[in-house]
Design a protein around this ligand. Structure first.
Ligand SMILES: Nc1ncnc2c1ncn2[C@@H]1O[C@H](COP(=O)(O)OP(=O)(O)O)[C@@H](O)[C@H]1O
Ligand SMILES: [Mg+2]
Length: 428
């Protein structure tokens, strides 16, 4: 049992904590439920965290690993106070600064400078305290003149850099970092990890979600493994990472058992593509190169405009420079503000690509049904990696290589259109 004293000395104290989400198969069900004043339930329950107990003492750097959907982000959001647990206890001692996946607490209409001051205020800093730090923050963020532009005009990289700069300069006792570092470019990632190392030396408590298992073993004093909302492992980072790798390997073996890769999966209709419309920013280890990307209709017509509901084919060709054991080819779609809308890759879609040799060319086709998104210009960034979804090296990544406009969607409020039914009654 935990005595009062004991609780006080923990930076973070979770006891039998569980978090339930209500899942609605259709958005209209939520409305239906509200309208019937919840007399009738339309939702299914989903436990994202199950009976988590965790004590983190001040100054600990805790790594959190687990497959996608295992509850990592939910856990950080509960600790950050953004979500409330369904049952159990959560107490957090100290000032929390969080760099989470979604929403950085920035207001898109305001300038970078305004946002820095607003975030500082939220973190309990006075105007002059923020002013003193402003130079450091801007130095770190490297957004130059853009500081006086509305945040909505920022690229995703700039946005990330400013968010990170603010998060580390507001004197947090506890820093929560969710995966976000993977968004920035490599140079920025390095600067962030250096900074996190420094914060660690300063004795801050850090909770750190990442798929970069090396970062876990290098940085962290301790790690936990989450799986289906449960804490499977807690302790020495090396051991936790090993257990995690064994878990993944076991699942991959199961998924792949009896299923040997054969040429049968090949699609003879796919043709190598060899143009890349835009190359502004490219990085990677160079074991392979994206050599072409194209979006075409079912009739084979090259598309610069798409419509909601339309079925399109995204084709990416990659040429290999080094032998790669487990190539993965994928893409990310962003809107014009750089907000990531969707992403996928061959591994995620269950398509095992063969091991490749230098000079080989692999062409991959993704068939996509365009959802009812807001009319906007969307960019597609192709990439090739080697490894598995959780641990891989990026061999080549081209930011915003293909731009396409979504037109004719009709009026869409927010990001996307969903299914809503409206009705009314008039009594006179
Ligand atoms: N707002 C939500 N409503 C319903 N289910 C959610 C919500 N947020 C997350 N989930 C589900 O909870 C599980 C854990 O999600 P998350 O904490 O984001 O996992 P991770 O960060 O480890 O990928 C997932 O299955 C996810 O689909
Ligand atoms: Mg997450």
């Amino acid at each position: 049992m935990f005595s009062e004293e004991n609780i006080k000395r923990q930076a973070i104290h979770l006891k039998h904590l569980s978090k339930k989400y209500a899942i609605y198969d259709r958005p209209s069900q939520k409305l239906a439920e509200l309208l019937t004043l919840r007399r009738k339930r339309w939702h299914r329950e989903f436990w994202a965290l199950k009976d988590i107990s965790l004590e983190v003492s001040p100054g600990t750097t805790l790594g959190i690993v687990g497959q996608n959907g295992s509850g990592k982000s939910t856990l950080l959001q509960v600790v950050a106070g953004i979500l409330t647990q369904t049952s159990g206890e959560c107490s957090v001692e100290g000032k929390v600064s969080a760099l989470l996946e979604l929403g950085s607490g920035f207001s898109p209409e305001f300038t970078g400078r305004d946002n820095v001051f607003m975030n500082g205020a939220i973190m309990g800093l006075t105007h002059s305290q923020v002013e003193k730090r402003l130079e450091d923050i801007l130095d770190f963020a490297e957004i130059g003149e853009f500081v006086d532009q509305p945040v909505k005009t920022y690229s995703s990289g700039m946005f990330m850099r400013l968010a990170f700069a603010v998060a580390i300069h507001v004197d947090p006792d506890i820093l929560l970092v969710d995966e976000v570092l993977a968004v920035g470019d490599l140079v920025f990632q390095h600067r962030c990890t250096n900074r996190i190392r420094r914060l660690r030396q300063e004795g801050k408590t850090i909770l750190f979600v990442t798929h970069d298992l090396q970062a876990i073993t290098r940085f962290c004093d301790r790690a936990i493994l989450l799986d289906h909302g449960q804490k499977l492992e807690d302790g020495d980072p090396e051991q936790v990472v090993q257990r995690y790798q064994a878990l993944i390997a076991g699942r991959e073996q199961k998924a792949g058992s009896g299923e040997v890769w054969t040429g049968a999966e090949q699609d003879q209709n796919l043709q190598v593509v060899s143009t890349i419309p835009h190359i502004h920013h490219r990085y990677g280890d160079g074991g392979a190169k994206v050599i072409g990307i194209i979006l075409h209709s079912s009739e084979g017509e090259v598309l610069n405009e798409i419509r909601a509901g339309e079925e399109v084919h995204l084709v990416i060709s990659v040429q290999f420079v080094r032998p790669l054991q487990n190539p993965i080819i994928g893409f990310t779609i962003r809107d014009h503000l750089g907000v990531e809308i969707a992403a996928s890759n061959t591994s995620y879609e269950g398509l095992h690509l063969p091991p490749t040799n230098p000079e080989d060319v692999l062409t991959v086709g993704f068939q996509i049904q365009i959802p009812e998104l807001r009319p906007d210009s969307y960019s597609i960034s192709p990439a090739v990696a080697n490894g598995n979804i959780w641990q891989h090296s990026i061999e080549d990544w081209i930011d915003n290589a293909y731009i396409v406009n979504l037109v004719d969607s009709g009026l869409v409020y927010g990001m996307m259109r969903w299914s809503v039914q409206a009705s009314y009654r008039w009594e006179k």
